[in-house]
Design a protein around this ligand. Sequence first.
Ligand SMILES: *Cc1c(COP(=O)(O)O)cnc(C)c1O
Ligand code: SF4
Length: 383
Amino acid sequence: MAFDIVTKNTIRDRFKPAPRPDVWKDVPDKDWNNWIWQQQKRIKTMDQLEKVINVTSDEREAFAKSHEMFNMGITPYYASLMDRDDPNCPVRLQSVPSAGEIVFADTDLEDPLGEERDMPVQGITHRYPDRVLFYTTHNCPVYCRHCTRKRKVADPSSSAANKQIEEGLAYIQAHTEIRDVVISGGDPLSNSDDRLEYICSRIRAMEHVEVFRLGTRNPVTLPQRITDNLAQMLKKYHPVYVHTHFNHPKECTLEAFDACAKLADAGCIIHNQSVLLKGINDKPEIFKELNHKLLMMRVRPYYIFQCDMAQGISHFRTPVQSGIDIIEGLRGWTSGMAVPHYVVDGPGGGGKIPILPEYVKSHVGKKWVVRNYKNKEFEYIEP
Ligand SMILES: *Cc1c(COP(=O)(O)O)cnc(C)c1O
Ligand code: SF4
């Protein structure tokens, strides 16, 4: 018996390329698709930004008051996803300074996650028993306005020198309880392929390390960075987990799809860590659409982070209830694969603490009364 294999209507066809604004209409595709070109043409000033969108006076003022403290940097690709006229565009809110940034709330913390406190050597945060965060650079293609590490990122004086990399590697080597290394930054893909390969190969050569992950936003802000060369390099060091950071369905373009496909085809396992951001993604419908798109891109939703109490990001913070409502709106209503963990990072270094809607109605002796997603109650009796 013969079957016709249907190849039309691929999932890829459902993703659209980023629209190219007029300023870049004449750029040859070979430049536009080249990550070095994208990196070199990053938007860093208001004059450059004005060629792409209609900048508001609020944005201009916020830029003037904030850029000394935290640079603006936006790749042409990511800028092309911005709405020209709507200052509340989710891509714009994540990358263009806004008035809220210069307001420091009295509850804001300089080091909200106590990362310095748990730093045995520069560049390593060792908080949990069996895994560490390893900072390998302080640069990112786009500086996210909601970044928790604002005080570190984009600060050339704190750039991870080779000496720091060596000290970090030596620490991991010496601590045989470490079985999982989160290679972070900044964005580790801001390292050259060679430097990244050096780091991956050193970690992979350690007998006690089982897995490592790359925490990178490049698939979102600079998908061109995911080259065949990079994917083939990573393939040598499996198991490699990639933890990326999509926050809004608008970011799920054809370019992002292709970047994730390259990583997945090379055998990387991709997870997504979103940050819950007011006015950007603080609705169950938005997360449902985002997570459905991510699953089609072979990316598994992993975490939704409650926005940290870092300085200058309080305008992005939502009530904790918004996160609970999002989980309530997902669990049961859609694939379990589309339901990430909602976590609050305990201020001062408590680590990630999960928060869930209450599904247990009562628990007396052997009897548990639980409710399902439709609020219907069930009794479970223990043996
Ligand atoms: C988030 C984080 C990790 C990794 O946590 P998982 O829950 O395993 O994803 C490790 N170390 C630090 C300091 C972290 O903040
Ligand atoms: S990519 Fe990550 S580290 Fe870099 S600015 Fe964005 S949130 Fe911060």
